[in-house]
Design a binder for this molecule. Structure first.
Ligand SMILES: Cc1cc2nc3c(=O)[nH]c(=O)nc-3n(C[C@H](O)[C@H](O)[C@H](O)COP(=O)(O)OP(=O)(O)OC[C@H]3O[C@@H](n4cnc5c(N)ncnc54)[C@H](O)[C@@H]3O)c2cc1C
Ligand SMILES: NC(=O)c1ccc[n+]([C@@H]2O[C@H](COP(=O)([O-])OP(=O)(O)OC[C@H]3O[C@@H](n4cnc5c(N)ncnc54)[C@H](O)[C@@H]3O)[C@@H](O)[C@H]2O)c1
Length: 494
């Protein structure tokens, strides 16, 4: 895939069938699959030969949450008649995060080490005007290019300079050697919510800011409002606030400058926050801007998303260019990066006709705060925009649900959107306990076209939190045009 003339070819240091740029989850998967049949292949990576997921993403964040949940359980057992005194060793908390991260990274290292040295290049790739890949002293001509360059934290203008060493992002927060005394978290998306709550549970003074009155980008107002109620029990949140200025100031007697945030609260009143650290979690941007992708005739929209992306294979139009994982800014989640890398790797295989191309996954996301927040399938606004889709909303509250109450985790709400006529689940949104499992069941139902009846014919063990799912499904079938069961949606089964 190059536009090079015979002239520039003279400087080419390698000619390859396939070049993979970026060795995160998507790139490694693509390389592994393509290598099954393509001998002349190279993978180029800038930075650590691990993955964002392991180094600064899914795994360290869940490790921090795991410690936080232990602390929370210990600190909230009085109701059960258990009295404890907890002492949180911040240094050990952060040490375990990094120790376990190294453990996960060692698997990847073993695999990457097994790849031939001449197929791996460490360095930052750039695609030049001739469509050739420049990296270190190499100029590579590739017939097919898989771009898997991932994404990076977005930091609003001037904030880096103004906040200096007090600024943290998900790229740096897991390097802390101890817990801070206080932290402001800006952004109530997945990263902000997960980390704000984890730090709070670990005894850090946490204040969470978000510019709109939404958490986790929830699109169903009732679920959003419920999530705010549940999260507010623990977290100080300034939703709908506008940050006007951030900076640092020296405090007498303190070694490190403290950070400040000047903001307008949701009532329009000017306020100031002051504390040790600011974690900026205001979204991520795909690493595509500096790559020179336009030199491969790839067109990007105003948000740097490739215009002609085939979501099934990552291919761009009919070019021999594939953009997979976070790099295409389609669905920046781990399982999607993994699937897209796998599909692109298969597509560029010589025996591509026989290659298995995975279908795009049913939309599905989980935020691992407590209670968890889950979205599956179509969102409510998407359904409402389609007049053909006659829908009902099956509902269950977890505030009084049997097992949830037993466990003391009874805050939550599930909405299931289902088609009145086809008896199929279209989507769901939930905040509540065990949402990760309920989400998986609903994703399975949508992916495999299982009817609401089919779901209700499945046994639900008693007493489980999953019985809440059955209550919502019964509510769905009760509201549909084709009810087939007589059980009352609100029936108590104990
Ligand atoms: C804090 C956090 C928590 C998360 N939690 C979850 C979760 O719980 N569940 C979930 O599903 N997802 C989660 N995610 C998202 C998930 O981590 C990403 O979607 C996934 O890791 C993206 O993989 P990738 O292969 O596209 O990119 P990456 O793994 O980032 O790989 C991209 C690679 O390309 C390299 N690169 C970039 N530019 C160039 C260049 N020009 N030349 C050469 N190499 C280059 C980069 O250095 C990097 O090594 C989380 C993310 C974060 C930040
Ligand atoms: N559990 C998971 O699956 C998981 C966990 C973490 C991250 N991720 C992935 O990482 C991606 C990025 O996460 P994220 O939380 O950084 O981004 P996000 O886009 O999900 O959330 C960013 C939040 O910051 C707010 N914001 C933006 N600018 C602001 C400003 N100037 N002032 C105040 N608020 C502002 C936005 O309103 C939004 O609520 C996610 O989209 C997700 O794909 C997934």
């Amino acid at each position: 895939m190059s536009k090079s003339s015979g002239n520039t070819d003279k400087n080419v240091t390698r000619k390859v069938e396939v070049a993979v740029i970026g060795a995160g989850t998507a790139g490694q998967n693509a390389f592994r699959q393509a290598s099954k049949t393509v001998e002349n292949i190279v993978i180029i990576n800038d930075g650590f030969w691990s993955t964002t997921c392991i180094q600064v993403g899914c795994m360290p964040s869940k490790l921090l949450i795991a410690a936080a949940d232990r602390a929370h359980d210990a600190n909230h057992s009085e109701d059960f008649g258990i009295h404890t005194t907890t002492q949180i060793d911040g240094k050990r908390v952060m040490e375990r995060v990094r120790d376990e991260r190294s453990h996960f990274a060692s698997y990847i290292k073993k695999q990457v080490d097994s790849w031939p040295e001449n197929k791996k290049i460490s360095g930052r790739a750039h695609i030049n005007k001739q469509g050739l890949i420049e990296v270190n002293d190499e100029l590579i001509k590739a017939n097919k290019i898989i771009v898997a360059t991932g994404s990076s934290p977005y930091i609003p203008d001037d904030w880096s300079d103004n906040l200096g060493d007090t600024l943290l992002t998900s790229d740096t927060v897991f390097e802390l050697t101890d817990l801070p005394k206080s932290i402001a978290v800006i952004g109530a998306g997945s990263i902000g919510l997960e980390l704000a709550q984890a730090f709070k549970r670990l005894g850090v003074e946490v204040t969470l800011f978000n510019r709109d009155k939404r958490v986790a980008g929830l699109k169903d107002d009732d679920i959003n409002n419920k999530a705010i109620v549940c999260l507010n029990r623990e977290l100080t949140m300034h939703l709908g606030s506008k940050i006007n200025n951030v900076g640092t100031q020296t405090v007498e007697g303190e070694d490190m400058a403290s950070a400040f945030i000047e903001y307008e609260d949701s009532a329009g009143k000017m306020q100031q926050w002051q504390g040790e650290r600011v974690l900026v979690a205001t979204g991520r941007r795909n690493n595509i801007e500096q790559l020179g992708i336009e030199n491969l005739d790839v067109e990007l929209d105003d948000k740097n998303r490739p215009k002609q992306l085939d979501k099934k294979t990552g291919q761009i139009g009919d070019l021999d260019v594939y953009i997979v994982g976070d790099a295409n800014a389609n669905i920046p989640l781990l399982h999607v990066a993994s699937d897209e890398g796998y599909s692109a790797g298969n597509k560029v295989c010589k025996n591509e006709a026989n290659a298995y191309i995975r279908p795009p996954a049913t939309p599905f996301s989980i935020v691992f705060c407590s209670p968890q927040i889950v979205n599956v399938g179509m969102s409510l606004p998407e359904i409402q925009q389609d007049p053909e889709l006659e829908y009902v909303i099956g509902r269950v509250s977890f505030d009084n649900q049997g097992r949830s109450r037993i466990m003391g985790v009874n805050c939550g709400l599930l909405h299931i959107y289902a088609c009145k006529k086809t008896d199929r689940v279209l989507g769901a949104s939930m905040v509540g306990p065990d949402a990760e499992y309920i989400g998986h069941i609903l994703a399975t139902a949508i992916t495999n076209d299982i009817s609401v009846k089919g779901l209700l014919d499945t046994p639900f063990y008693h007493p489980t939190i999953l019985e809440g799912l059955r209550t919502a499904l019964r509510d769905v079938q009760h509201k549909m045009e084709i009810p087939y069961q007589s059980q009352d949606a609100q029936e108590y089964s104990f």
